[in-house]
Ligand binder design. Structure first.
Ligand code: PHE
Length: 500
Protein backbone atom coordinates (compact mmCIF):
# COMPACT_ATOMS: atom_id res chain seq x y z
CA UNK A 1 0.00 0.00 0.00
CA UNK A 2 1.08 3.56 -0.40
CA UNK A 3 2.83 5.39 2.38
CA UNK A 4 -0.04 7.72 3.04
CA UNK A 5 -2.06 4.77 4.26
CA UNK A 6 0.76 3.46 6.42
CA UNK A 7 1.06 6.75 8.17
CA UNK A 8 -2.54 6.98 9.31
CA UNK A 9 -2.25 7.74 12.99
CA UNK A 10 -5.13 6.39 15.02
CA UNK A 11 -7.88 3.87 15.12
CA UNK A 12 -10.33 6.76 15.24
CA UNK A 13 -9.35 7.99 11.80
CA UNK A 14 -9.57 4.48 10.45
CA UNK A 15 -12.96 4.08 12.07
CA UNK A 16 -14.25 7.34 10.66
CA UNK A 17 -12.94 6.48 7.23
CA UNK A 18 -14.66 3.10 7.39
CA UNK A 19 -17.91 4.59 8.71
CA UNK A 20 -17.66 7.30 6.07
CA UNK A 21 -17.36 4.67 3.41
CA UNK A 22 -20.27 2.67 4.77
CA UNK A 23 -22.72 5.48 5.48
CA UNK A 24 -23.84 7.00 2.24
CA UNK A 25 -26.59 7.02 -0.32
CA UNK A 26 -27.19 3.39 0.58
CA UNK A 27 -28.65 4.51 3.91
CA UNK A 28 -30.52 7.60 2.80
CA UNK A 29 -31.52 6.74 -0.74
CA UNK A 30 -31.56 2.93 -1.13
CA UNK A 31 -32.68 1.70 2.29
CA UNK A 32 -35.96 3.68 2.51
CA UNK A 33 -37.02 2.76 -1.01
CA UNK A 34 -36.44 -0.94 -0.38
CA UNK A 35 -38.38 -0.72 2.87
CA UNK A 36 -41.21 0.88 0.93
CA UNK A 37 -41.01 -1.57 -1.96
CA UNK A 38 -41.05 -4.64 0.28
CA UNK A 39 -43.86 -3.57 2.53
CA UNK A 40 -42.49 -1.55 5.44
CA UNK A 41 -41.67 -3.23 8.72
CA UNK A 42 -41.45 -6.66 7.08
CA UNK A 43 -38.18 -5.59 5.56
CA UNK A 44 -36.63 -4.44 8.83
CA UNK A 45 -36.48 -7.81 10.57
CA UNK A 46 -34.63 -9.64 7.77
CA UNK A 47 -32.40 -6.62 7.29
CA UNK A 48 -31.19 -6.33 10.86
CA UNK A 49 -30.95 -10.08 11.30
CA UNK A 50 -28.82 -10.47 8.20
CA UNK A 51 -26.77 -7.44 9.16
CA UNK A 52 -25.70 -9.20 12.36
CA UNK A 53 -25.52 -12.79 11.16
CA UNK A 54 -23.91 -12.31 7.74
CA UNK A 55 -22.93 -8.64 7.39
CA UNK A 56 -20.72 -8.19 10.45
CA UNK A 57 -18.82 -11.50 10.01
CA UNK A 58 -18.15 -10.71 6.34
CA UNK A 59 -17.06 -7.21 7.25
CA UNK A 60 -14.61 -8.65 9.79
CA UNK A 61 -13.41 -11.05 7.12
CA UNK A 62 -12.79 -8.33 4.53
CA UNK A 63 -11.08 -5.94 6.95
CA UNK A 64 -8.95 -8.75 8.39
CA UNK A 65 -7.92 -9.98 4.95
CA UNK A 66 -6.71 -6.51 4.05
CA UNK A 67 -4.88 -6.23 7.37
CA UNK A 68 -3.24 -9.60 7.12
CA UNK A 69 -2.14 -9.55 3.53
CA UNK A 70 -1.76 -5.83 2.80
CA UNK A 71 -2.92 -6.17 -0.74
CA UNK A 72 -5.73 -5.03 -2.99
CA UNK A 73 -8.90 -7.02 -3.72
CA UNK A 74 -7.46 -9.09 -6.58
CA UNK A 75 -4.06 -9.80 -5.03
CA UNK A 76 -5.52 -10.81 -1.69
CA UNK A 77 -7.28 -13.75 -3.30
CA UNK A 78 -4.57 -14.35 -5.84
CA UNK A 79 -2.06 -14.77 -3.02
CA UNK A 80 -4.28 -17.39 -1.45
CA UNK A 81 -4.43 -19.27 -4.74
CA UNK A 82 -3.89 -17.64 -8.16
CA UNK A 83 -7.21 -18.56 -9.82
CA UNK A 84 -9.06 -17.16 -6.80
CA UNK A 85 -7.91 -13.70 -7.87
CA UNK A 86 -11.01 -13.90 -10.08
CA UNK A 87 -13.09 -13.14 -6.98
CA UNK A 88 -11.36 -9.77 -6.72
CA UNK A 89 -11.82 -9.17 -10.45
CA UNK A 90 -15.56 -9.81 -10.14
CA UNK A 91 -15.69 -7.51 -7.10
CA UNK A 92 -13.90 -4.74 -9.00
CA UNK A 93 -16.10 -5.11 -12.06
CA UNK A 94 -19.21 -5.01 -9.87
CA UNK A 95 -17.66 -1.96 -8.19
CA UNK A 96 -17.29 -0.26 -11.57
CA UNK A 97 -20.86 -1.03 -12.58
CA UNK A 98 -22.17 0.28 -9.27
CA UNK A 99 -19.95 3.37 -9.35
CA UNK A 100 -21.37 4.25 -12.76
CA UNK A 101 -24.96 4.48 -11.52
CA UNK A 102 -24.13 5.53 -7.96
CA UNK A 103 -22.58 8.69 -9.42
CA UNK A 104 -25.82 9.42 -11.21
CA UNK A 105 -27.68 9.35 -7.90
CA UNK A 106 -25.02 11.70 -6.51
CA UNK A 107 -25.73 13.91 -9.54
CA UNK A 108 -29.45 13.91 -8.65
CA UNK A 109 -28.44 15.22 -5.22
CA UNK A 110 -26.34 17.91 -6.84
CA UNK A 111 -29.25 19.01 -9.00
CA UNK A 112 -31.51 19.17 -5.98
CA UNK A 113 -28.80 21.16 -4.22
CA UNK A 114 -28.75 23.68 -7.07
CA UNK A 115 -32.52 23.85 -7.03
CA UNK A 116 -32.83 24.24 -3.26
CA UNK A 117 -33.22 28.03 -3.30
CA UNK A 118 -35.91 27.92 -5.98
CA UNK A 119 -39.52 27.19 -5.09
CA UNK A 120 -40.43 24.55 -7.71
CA UNK A 121 -39.43 21.56 -5.58
CA UNK A 122 -41.51 22.79 -2.64
CA UNK A 123 -44.78 23.04 -4.52
CA UNK A 124 -44.85 19.55 -6.01
CA UNK A 125 -41.70 17.55 -5.21
CA UNK A 126 -42.69 14.52 -7.28
CA UNK A 127 -43.35 16.23 -10.57
CA UNK A 128 -40.40 18.55 -10.00
CA UNK A 129 -38.09 15.57 -9.59
CA UNK A 130 -39.41 13.73 -12.62
CA UNK A 131 -39.62 16.79 -14.87
CA UNK A 132 -36.68 18.95 -13.85
CA UNK A 133 -34.15 16.42 -12.58
CA UNK A 134 -34.76 13.18 -14.43
CA UNK A 135 -36.55 14.32 -17.59
CA UNK A 136 -37.99 10.88 -17.29
CA UNK A 137 -39.78 9.17 -20.16
CA UNK A 138 -42.86 7.06 -19.62
CA UNK A 139 -41.29 3.86 -20.93
CA UNK A 140 -37.83 2.23 -20.97
CA UNK A 141 -38.10 2.11 -24.76
CA UNK A 142 -37.95 5.90 -25.03
CA UNK A 143 -34.33 6.58 -24.25
CA UNK A 144 -33.36 8.97 -27.02
CA UNK A 145 -33.22 12.24 -25.15
CA UNK A 146 -30.39 13.11 -22.81
CA UNK A 147 -30.93 15.52 -19.93
CA UNK A 148 -28.09 17.98 -20.47
CA UNK A 149 -28.38 19.39 -16.96
CA UNK A 150 -28.09 15.94 -15.43
CA UNK A 151 -25.16 15.20 -17.68
CA UNK A 152 -23.51 18.41 -16.57
CA UNK A 153 -24.11 17.53 -12.90
CA UNK A 154 -22.66 14.07 -13.53
CA UNK A 155 -19.47 15.49 -14.99
CA UNK A 156 -19.12 17.84 -12.00
CA UNK A 157 -19.56 14.85 -9.67
CA UNK A 158 -16.77 12.94 -11.34
CA UNK A 159 -14.46 15.94 -11.30
CA UNK A 160 -15.17 16.26 -7.55
CA UNK A 161 -14.51 12.55 -6.98
CA UNK A 162 -11.21 12.84 -8.73
CA UNK A 163 -10.28 15.87 -6.64
CA UNK A 164 -11.37 13.99 -3.52
CA UNK A 165 -9.00 11.16 -4.42
CA UNK A 166 -6.28 13.47 -5.51
CA UNK A 167 -6.39 15.26 -2.15
CA UNK A 168 -5.88 11.90 -0.48
CA UNK A 169 -8.13 9.61 1.45
CA UNK A 170 -6.83 10.84 4.76
CA UNK A 171 -8.25 14.27 4.14
CA UNK A 172 -11.57 12.88 3.16
CA UNK A 173 -11.80 10.69 6.25
CA UNK A 174 -11.12 13.67 8.50
CA UNK A 175 -13.69 15.62 6.55
CA UNK A 176 -16.19 12.86 7.08
CA UNK A 177 -15.30 12.72 10.79
CA UNK A 178 -16.12 16.39 11.07
CA UNK A 179 -19.35 16.30 9.11
CA UNK A 180 -20.53 12.88 10.33
CA UNK A 181 -22.75 14.16 13.18
CA UNK A 182 -24.50 16.65 10.87
CA UNK A 183 -26.65 14.11 9.00
CA UNK A 184 -27.82 12.66 12.32
CA UNK A 185 -28.71 16.10 13.60
CA UNK A 186 -30.46 17.12 10.43
CA UNK A 187 -32.44 13.89 10.21
CA UNK A 188 -33.57 14.46 13.81
CA UNK A 189 -34.69 18.01 13.05
CA UNK A 190 -36.66 16.86 10.01
CA UNK A 191 -38.14 14.00 12.04
CA UNK A 192 -39.23 16.18 14.96
CA UNK A 193 -40.87 18.62 12.59
CA UNK A 194 -42.57 15.82 10.63
CA UNK A 195 -44.02 14.30 13.79
CA UNK A 196 -46.22 17.34 14.31
CA UNK A 197 -48.09 16.78 11.03
CA UNK A 198 -51.27 14.69 10.71
CA UNK A 199 -50.73 11.15 9.44
CA UNK A 200 -47.22 10.86 10.89
CA UNK A 201 -48.28 8.15 13.33
CA UNK A 202 -49.76 5.96 10.55
CA UNK A 203 -46.41 6.23 8.77
CA UNK A 204 -44.56 5.09 11.89
CA UNK A 205 -46.90 2.16 12.34
CA UNK A 206 -46.39 1.12 8.73
CA UNK A 207 -42.64 1.36 9.20
CA UNK A 208 -42.25 -0.32 12.56
CA UNK A 209 -45.14 -2.71 13.08
CA UNK A 210 -43.91 -6.14 12.01
CA UNK A 211 -46.08 -8.87 10.58
CA UNK A 212 -44.86 -12.42 10.49
CA UNK A 213 -46.43 -13.37 7.17
CA UNK A 214 -43.95 -11.75 4.84
CA UNK A 215 -41.06 -13.32 6.70
CA UNK A 216 -41.78 -16.32 4.51
CA UNK A 217 -41.25 -14.27 1.38
CA UNK A 218 -37.76 -15.10 0.05
CA UNK A 219 -37.79 -12.02 -2.19
CA UNK A 220 -37.76 -9.78 0.89
CA UNK A 221 -34.81 -11.69 2.33
CA UNK A 222 -32.88 -11.36 -0.92
CA UNK A 223 -33.52 -7.60 -1.03
CA UNK A 224 -32.49 -7.27 2.62
CA UNK A 225 -29.29 -9.19 1.95
CA UNK A 226 -28.42 -6.98 -1.03
CA UNK A 227 -28.97 -3.92 1.14
CA UNK A 228 -26.63 -5.28 3.84
CA UNK A 229 -23.94 -5.76 1.19
CA UNK A 230 -24.52 -2.39 -0.43
CA UNK A 231 -24.65 -0.49 2.82
CA UNK A 232 -21.59 -2.09 4.40
CA UNK A 233 -19.79 -1.84 1.03
CA UNK A 234 -19.22 -5.61 1.01
CA UNK A 235 -18.27 -7.73 -1.98
CA UNK A 236 -16.69 -4.76 -3.75
CA UNK A 237 -13.15 -4.84 -2.43
CA UNK A 238 -13.73 -1.56 -0.58
CA UNK A 239 -13.35 -2.99 2.90
CA UNK A 240 -10.36 -5.11 1.86
CA UNK A 241 -8.76 -1.89 0.65
CA UNK A 242 -9.60 -0.26 3.98
CA UNK A 243 -8.09 -3.18 5.83
CA UNK A 244 -4.79 -2.17 4.29
CA UNK A 245 -4.54 0.83 6.58
CA UNK A 246 -1.92 0.30 9.20
CA UNK A 247 -3.57 0.69 12.59
CA UNK A 248 -1.87 1.50 15.84
CA UNK A 249 -4.35 -0.84 17.46
CA UNK A 250 -5.59 -3.40 15.05
CA UNK A 251 -9.13 -3.60 16.26
CA UNK A 252 -10.83 -5.20 13.35
CA UNK A 253 -13.75 -6.68 15.28
CA UNK A 254 -14.54 -3.53 17.18
CA UNK A 255 -14.34 -1.46 14.01
CA UNK A 256 -16.61 -3.87 12.15
CA UNK A 257 -19.22 -3.79 14.94
CA UNK A 258 -19.15 -0.01 15.24
CA UNK A 259 -19.34 0.49 11.49
CA UNK A 260 -22.37 -1.83 11.29
CA UNK A 261 -24.00 -0.10 14.25
CA UNK A 262 -23.53 3.42 12.87
CA UNK A 263 -24.64 2.28 9.44
CA UNK A 264 -27.75 0.55 10.76
CA UNK A 265 -28.71 3.55 12.90
CA UNK A 266 -28.46 6.07 10.06
CA UNK A 267 -30.54 3.78 7.86
CA UNK A 268 -33.17 3.29 10.57
CA UNK A 269 -33.39 7.01 11.20
CA UNK A 270 -33.64 8.03 7.57
CA UNK A 271 -36.31 5.36 7.07
CA UNK A 272 -38.23 6.82 10.00
CA UNK A 273 -38.11 10.31 8.49
CA UNK A 274 -39.28 8.97 5.14
CA UNK A 275 -42.22 7.04 6.58
CA UNK A 276 -43.36 9.79 8.93
CA UNK A 277 -43.50 12.04 5.86
CA UNK A 278 -45.23 9.40 3.73
CA UNK A 279 -47.84 9.04 6.47
CA UNK A 280 -48.52 12.75 6.26
CA UNK A 281 -48.52 12.79 2.45
CA UNK A 282 -51.00 9.92 2.43
CA UNK A 283 -53.35 11.58 4.89
CA UNK A 284 -53.30 14.93 3.12
CA UNK A 285 -53.31 13.65 -0.48
CA UNK A 286 -55.92 10.91 -0.20
CA UNK A 287 -53.48 8.19 -1.29
CA UNK A 288 -52.60 5.00 0.54
CA UNK A 289 -49.26 4.66 2.31
CA UNK A 290 -48.61 1.44 0.36
CA UNK A 291 -49.00 3.17 -3.01
CA UNK A 292 -46.76 6.06 -2.05
CA UNK A 293 -44.14 3.81 -0.47
CA UNK A 294 -43.82 1.59 -3.53
CA UNK A 295 -42.56 4.28 -5.88
CA UNK A 296 -39.04 2.82 -6.23
CA UNK A 297 -35.65 4.51 -6.58
CA UNK A 298 -37.09 8.03 -6.65
CA UNK A 299 -38.92 7.64 -3.35
CA UNK A 300 -36.33 9.14 -1.01
CA UNK A 301 -35.68 12.20 -3.15
CA UNK A 302 -39.36 13.02 -3.43
CA UNK A 303 -40.18 12.32 0.20
CA UNK A 304 -37.17 14.12 1.65
CA UNK A 305 -37.98 17.12 -0.55
CA UNK A 306 -41.52 17.04 0.84
CA UNK A 307 -40.25 16.72 4.43
CA UNK A 308 -37.84 19.62 3.92
CA UNK A 309 -40.55 21.79 2.41
CA UNK A 310 -42.50 21.46 5.68
CA UNK A 311 -39.68 23.07 7.66
CA UNK A 312 -39.54 26.79 8.36
CA UNK A 313 -36.62 28.13 6.31
CA UNK A 314 -37.04 25.23 3.88
CA UNK A 315 -34.50 26.41 1.24
CA UNK A 316 -31.74 26.65 3.82
CA UNK A 317 -32.38 23.17 5.23
CA UNK A 318 -32.75 21.74 1.73
CA UNK A 319 -29.41 23.23 0.79
CA UNK A 320 -27.68 21.68 3.83
CA UNK A 321 -29.42 18.34 3.38
CA UNK A 322 -28.55 17.91 -0.28
CA UNK A 323 -25.05 19.20 0.33
CA UNK A 324 -24.54 16.48 2.94
CA UNK A 325 -26.05 13.88 0.65
CA UNK A 326 -23.72 15.04 -2.09
CA UNK A 327 -20.61 14.89 0.14
CA UNK A 328 -21.53 11.48 1.56
CA UNK A 329 -22.14 10.25 -1.96
CA UNK A 330 -18.81 11.58 -3.15
CA UNK A 331 -17.04 9.89 -0.28
CA UNK A 332 -18.70 6.54 -0.99
CA UNK A 333 -17.86 6.94 -4.64
CA UNK A 334 -14.26 7.86 -3.87
CA UNK A 335 -13.77 4.75 -1.76
CA UNK A 336 -15.25 2.66 -4.55
CA UNK A 337 -12.98 4.17 -7.21
CA UNK A 338 -10.02 3.77 -4.89
CA UNK A 339 -10.67 0.04 -4.53
CA UNK A 340 -11.07 -0.40 -8.29
CA UNK A 341 -7.95 1.68 -8.95
CA UNK A 342 -5.95 -0.36 -6.45
CA UNK A 343 -7.01 -3.58 -8.17
CA UNK A 344 -5.97 -2.18 -11.56
CA UNK A 345 -2.73 -0.75 -10.22
CA UNK A 346 -1.57 -4.08 -8.89
CA UNK A 347 -1.44 -5.29 -12.44
CA UNK A 348 0.03 -2.11 -13.87
CA UNK A 349 2.38 -0.96 -11.11
CA UNK A 350 4.27 1.36 -13.42
CA UNK A 351 1.24 3.63 -13.87
CA UNK A 352 0.70 6.11 -11.05
CA UNK A 353 -2.30 5.90 -8.75
CA UNK A 354 -3.47 9.33 -9.87
CA UNK A 355 -3.44 8.33 -13.55
CA UNK A 356 -5.34 5.12 -12.94
CA UNK A 357 -7.91 6.94 -10.79
CA UNK A 358 -8.31 9.46 -13.61
CA UNK A 359 -8.94 6.71 -16.15
CA UNK A 360 -11.44 5.00 -13.85
CA UNK A 361 -13.27 8.30 -13.30
CA UNK A 362 -13.40 9.06 -17.04
CA UNK A 363 -14.52 5.54 -17.88
CA UNK A 364 -17.29 5.57 -15.26
CA UNK A 365 -18.41 9.05 -16.24
CA UNK A 366 -18.80 7.97 -19.86
CA UNK A 367 -20.64 4.85 -18.74
CA UNK A 368 -23.05 7.04 -16.78
CA UNK A 369 -24.24 8.73 -20.00
CA UNK A 370 -26.85 6.04 -20.49
CA UNK A 371 -28.45 6.93 -17.15
CA UNK A 372 -28.90 10.56 -18.13
CA UNK A 373 -31.36 9.59 -20.85
CA UNK A 374 -35.12 9.68 -20.39
CA UNK A 375 -35.12 5.96 -19.65
CA UNK A 376 -32.10 6.17 -17.33
CA UNK A 377 -34.15 5.51 -14.24
CA UNK A 378 -35.36 2.13 -15.55
CA UNK A 379 -31.84 1.11 -16.56
CA UNK A 380 -30.46 2.18 -13.22
CA UNK A 381 -33.11 0.23 -11.35
CA UNK A 382 -32.36 -2.91 -13.37
CA UNK A 383 -28.56 -2.80 -13.00
CA UNK A 384 -28.87 -2.08 -9.30
CA UNK A 385 -31.21 -5.00 -8.76
CA UNK A 386 -29.18 -7.56 -10.71
CA UNK A 387 -25.63 -6.60 -9.78
CA UNK A 388 -26.38 -6.34 -6.07
CA UNK A 389 -28.36 -9.58 -6.08
CA UNK A 390 -26.11 -11.79 -8.14
CA UNK A 391 -22.62 -10.30 -8.35
CA UNK A 392 -22.28 -9.06 -4.78
CA UNK A 393 -23.87 -12.07 -3.11
CA UNK A 394 -21.77 -14.47 -5.20
CA UNK A 395 -18.57 -12.63 -4.31
CA UNK A 396 -19.61 -12.71 -0.64
CA UNK A 397 -20.31 -16.43 -0.85
CA UNK A 398 -16.95 -17.11 -2.48
CA UNK A 399 -15.11 -15.06 0.14
CA UNK A 400 -16.80 -16.94 2.98
CA UNK A 401 -16.07 -20.31 1.41
CA UNK A 402 -12.43 -19.49 0.71
CA UNK A 403 -11.69 -18.23 4.20
CA UNK A 404 -14.03 -20.59 6.04
CA UNK A 405 -12.80 -23.74 4.38
CA UNK A 406 -9.12 -23.10 3.98
CA UNK A 407 -7.14 -25.87 5.64
CA UNK A 408 -5.82 -23.53 8.28
CA UNK A 409 -8.81 -21.24 8.67
CA UNK A 410 -8.73 -21.77 12.39
CA UNK A 411 -5.33 -20.12 12.57
CA UNK A 412 -6.59 -17.15 10.65
CA UNK A 413 -9.44 -16.92 13.14
CA UNK A 414 -6.93 -17.06 15.98
CA UNK A 415 -5.00 -14.29 14.34
CA UNK A 416 -8.12 -12.10 14.03
CA UNK A 417 -8.84 -12.96 17.64
CA UNK A 418 -5.33 -12.03 18.75
CA UNK A 419 -5.37 -8.61 17.12
CA UNK A 420 -8.83 -7.72 18.41
CA UNK A 421 -9.82 -6.17 21.67
CA UNK A 422 -13.31 -7.56 21.22
CA UNK A 423 -12.92 -11.32 20.85
CA UNK A 424 -14.77 -13.05 18.05
CA UNK A 425 -14.69 -16.54 19.46
CA UNK A 426 -16.05 -19.36 17.38
CA UNK A 427 -19.16 -17.45 16.35
CA UNK A 428 -17.37 -15.70 13.56
CA UNK A 429 -15.95 -18.91 12.16
CA UNK A 430 -19.34 -20.61 12.33
CA UNK A 431 -20.87 -17.77 10.40
CA UNK A 432 -18.12 -17.75 7.79
CA UNK A 433 -18.03 -21.50 7.48
CA UNK A 434 -21.63 -22.58 7.68
CA UNK A 435 -24.26 -19.92 8.29
CA UNK A 436 -23.30 -17.25 5.74
CA UNK A 437 -22.56 -19.72 2.92
CA UNK A 438 -25.83 -21.54 3.60
CA UNK A 439 -27.90 -18.34 3.63
CA UNK A 440 -26.18 -16.89 0.57
CA UNK A 441 -26.52 -20.14 -1.39
CA UNK A 442 -30.23 -20.39 -0.64
CA UNK A 443 -30.85 -16.75 -1.52
CA UNK A 444 -28.85 -17.00 -4.74
CA UNK A 445 -30.57 -20.23 -5.78
CA UNK A 446 -33.96 -18.67 -5.14
CA UNK A 447 -33.00 -15.53 -7.08
CA UNK A 448 -31.82 -17.46 -10.13
CA UNK A 449 -35.07 -19.39 -10.12
CA UNK A 450 -37.25 -16.35 -9.46
CA UNK A 451 -35.62 -14.03 -12.00
CA UNK A 452 -35.75 -16.66 -14.73
CA UNK A 453 -39.50 -17.03 -14.16
CA UNK A 454 -40.44 -13.34 -13.79
CA UNK A 455 -39.45 -10.35 -15.87
CA UNK A 456 -38.00 -7.88 -13.39
CA UNK A 457 -40.43 -5.01 -12.73
CA UNK A 458 -42.21 -6.00 -15.98
CA UNK A 459 -39.58 -4.11 -17.94
CA UNK A 460 -39.06 -5.02 -21.62
CA UNK A 461 -37.06 -8.18 -22.18
CA UNK A 462 -34.17 -6.33 -23.82
CA UNK A 463 -33.75 -4.11 -20.75
CA UNK A 464 -33.63 -7.07 -18.37
CA UNK A 465 -31.21 -8.93 -20.62
CA UNK A 466 -28.86 -6.06 -21.40
CA UNK A 467 -28.81 -4.19 -18.12
CA UNK A 468 -29.63 -7.09 -15.82
CA UNK A 469 -28.19 -10.38 -16.96
CA UNK A 470 -25.64 -8.62 -19.19
CA UNK A 471 -24.15 -6.76 -16.25
CA UNK A 472 -24.06 -9.89 -14.11
CA UNK A 473 -22.51 -11.91 -16.94
CA UNK A 474 -19.78 -9.31 -17.27
CA UNK A 475 -18.71 -9.77 -13.65
CA UNK A 476 -18.84 -13.57 -13.88
CA UNK A 477 -16.97 -13.52 -17.19
CA UNK A 478 -14.19 -11.38 -15.73
CA UNK A 479 -13.95 -13.82 -12.85
CA UNK A 480 -13.79 -16.86 -15.13
CA UNK A 481 -11.30 -15.38 -17.58
CA UNK A 482 -8.99 -14.34 -14.78
CA UNK A 483 -9.22 -17.79 -13.21
CA UNK A 484 -8.25 -19.42 -16.50
CA UNK A 485 -5.41 -16.97 -17.02
CA UNK A 486 -4.04 -17.46 -13.51
CA UNK A 487 -4.39 -21.22 -13.24
CA UNK A 488 -0.84 -21.83 -14.40
CA UNK A 489 0.72 -19.78 -11.60
CA UNK A 490 -0.48 -21.78 -8.64
CA UNK A 491 1.47 -21.24 -5.45
CA UNK A 492 1.27 -22.49 -1.94
CA UNK A 493 -1.55 -20.87 -0.01
CA UNK A 494 -0.67 -21.01 3.59
CA UNK A 495 2.80 -19.54 3.35
CA UNK A 496 1.37 -16.24 2.29
CA UNK A 497 -1.61 -16.43 4.53
CA UNK A 498 0.39 -17.13 7.65
CA UNK A 499 3.76 -15.58 7.06
CA UNK A 500 4.78 -15.42 10.72
N1 PHE B 1 -21.82 1.77 1.48
C1 PHE B 1 -21.91 3.09 0.98
C2 PHE B 1 -23.36 3.45 0.75
O1 PHE B 1 -24.20 2.82 1.25
C3 PHE B 1 -21.02 3.33 -0.14
C4 PHE B 1 -21.13 2.50 -1.35
C5 PHE B 1 -20.38 2.87 -2.34
C6 PHE B 1 -21.91 1.40 -1.53
C7 PHE B 1 -20.42 2.22 -3.51
C8 PHE B 1 -21.93 0.70 -2.69
C9 PHE B 1 -21.18 1.13 -3.66
O2 PHE B 1 -23.69 4.37 0.09
Amino acid sequence: MNQKMDKLPTTAVFLFAAIGSAVGLGNIWRFPYLVGKYGGAEFLIPYFLLLVVVGVPLLILELALGQRLHRGPVSVFKSIMPPLGGIGVAASLAGCLIAIYYAVVVAWSLMMLFSSFGSGWQVDPASFFFREVLHSSSSPNHFYLISTLLLFALVICWICVYLFLWRGVRNSSVLVAVIMPIPFLLLFIILLNGLSYPGAWEGIVYYLKPSVETLYDAEVWVAAMTQVFFSLSLGLGIMITFGNYELTHKEVVRCACLVALADGLVALLSGLVVFVTIGHMASSGGLSIEDLAASGPTLSFIVFAKALSLLPGAPFFAFIFFLILFVLGLNGLASLVEAVALAVREHFPSISKATISLYVCIFCCLGGLIYTTGAGLYFLDTVDHFVTTFSLLTVGLAQALVVGWLPRALEFQKWVHSISQWKVGRLWLWSIKYISPAILTILLAFSFYHESKHLYASYPLWVVFTFGWGAVALTYLGWGLYAIYATENRRNVTELFYPD
